[in-house]
Every structure is written in structure tokens, then in C-alpha cells.
Ligand binder design. Sequence first.
Ligand code: PMP
Length: 291
Amino acid sequence: MKSTSLCWLNGRLLPTEQALIPVNDHGLLYGDGVFEGIRFYRRRAFRLQRHLQRLQLSARAIALEIPLSSDELTAVIERLIDAFADDDGYIRLMVTRGAGALGLNPKSCSQPNVIAIADQLTMIDIGQQAGARLIVSSVRRLPADGLDPRIKSLNYLNHILAKIEANHAGADEALLLNAQGRVAEGSADNVFIVRNGRLLTPPCSEGALEGITRELVLQLARDNGIETSEQPLGVYDLYAADECFLTGTGAELIPVASIDCRAVPCCPGPVFQGLQQAFRRTIDQECGGER
Ligand code: PMP
């Protein structure tokens, strides 16, 4: 019987509600762990090796040894997709430090937990059709000398605080600035603007995750003759944009309708629409049919 909510936990495939880890796992106690969000289309994981590479780098950066090789993780993901009821879905792959003493010292944790949950992804809170309404949050992105933004850790609290601020403001999503007041990224997505036909996004050194969708969108733009620039952006640049959109594995590409109640003139704009078509074509090429 195929299911729409399945979990692979340390070697066993289970209904998600039966997959349990100890309450003294440091992933829960301290956010001590790393993760990836991966989409699959037509039963093929999209850009899986890039996700596994980023997971390995995040784990290495926090001195966490993943007990499975990338080949073994690939096999886990494929097994999960095979057992899933739908052709399309989302996988949350996590590696936690594991169960240990209540103190934060990871020395007390002997065995990481490897968890992969497959589910349907419902982006209910972001208006795909009309475009997302954004706010610029007062919550700043953690600086790289506190927690490097390239590490995709389980520690998302400052992003959550930004999202709460967006909720309170009646907006769909929040943008976080870095400590210098320049644009970093959204709470779970990267941000792009278009100005005078040029596609602009902050470099990751400004405090953005090295988004896999971001990387693809930059490539697709160059392939289609659109001039791109990774450059620092201020709040004024957001307000002055002709187009704005968000990218992410969960988000895919979402056009932005307004930022701090200032309407973005073109939503969805022509550059966005062209890139969205190219993005869908890439998915069709790479996830073309049944495995
Ligand atoms: N920034 C943050 C903070 C995220 O959580 C995500 C989602 N993984 C992204 C950007 C987008 O990255 P990707 O395109 O690799 O999903």
C-alpha cells in the first residue's frame, strides 16, 4: 500500500506518525543537525546530487559525520520515492547529532539520526497566482561569523521570527537584511530583482544560502541572454525594482506583487515568465519520465 506520508528512519521505512526519535536528540534540544529539502517530479529527485553535496558540506562544517555515503543516501531517497503514493512530492532529509546528555556538548551523542520524510508539499501561505506580498523584516540574518549562511542547519529561529513578523503584518513572506542593512534572502528562499532588463541578486556572502534553485535560475538567465549580476542590494533597490521574485526548492519560482506595501510594477513580469518556462523545461528534461 503506497502512502503520501512516509519516513525512512535509520534503515526502516515507516508511516511518518510511527517514526519516532528520542526526546534527548540534540537536533530537538539545540537545533544541532543539518537538513535538505528536495523535490521529486515524476518519481525522480530533482538535482539530488547537488542537495547531497550541500548536506555533506553542511555536516562537515558542524563536525557531524553522516553515517551513510552519498550513494547510500541516494538509494534511501529512491526507495522512499518508490514507496510514495504520488509521482510528485517533497523530501525532507535530516541528520541530527543524535541522543545525548541534556548539556549541549555533542561529545555525549554517540549516533546521529538519519531521517528522510516524503510528503506532499502545500505552499498554502504564498500566493502563487497573484504574487507574494513581502515585508522587509526587522529581524536580521545571523552574521556569517556567528553561523555561516551556507550551512543549512536545523537552526532557523531567526527566519521563523521574520516569518512571524510577516504573519502579523498580513504579508506572505519576509525578507531578512544582513547586519549591514543590505538584502540577504527570504525566510526560506532567495530573492531576485529585475531592473532595466538586468537580473540582480545578492551574492551569498551578503548572508544568503547557496540556493540550488538560485544557481539554476542564474544559469538559465545567462543561457537566455539575460544579463545577470550578483551584487549587494539595499532596500531602495527592492523598492525601485521592475520585477521581483523568490526562488527555492519548496517555493520554486514565485513572483512578488509588493514589498512593504509598495506595488512591484510588473507581476508576473516578462523576465520572470521566461525564466519560469525555462525552469519547467529543465524539470521536464531532468525528470522526464518513469525511472
Ligand atoms: N534560503 C533559505 C534560508 C532556505 O531555507 C532555502 C530553502 N532551502 C533557500 C534559500 C532556497 O534554497 P534552495 O533553492 O536550495 O531550496
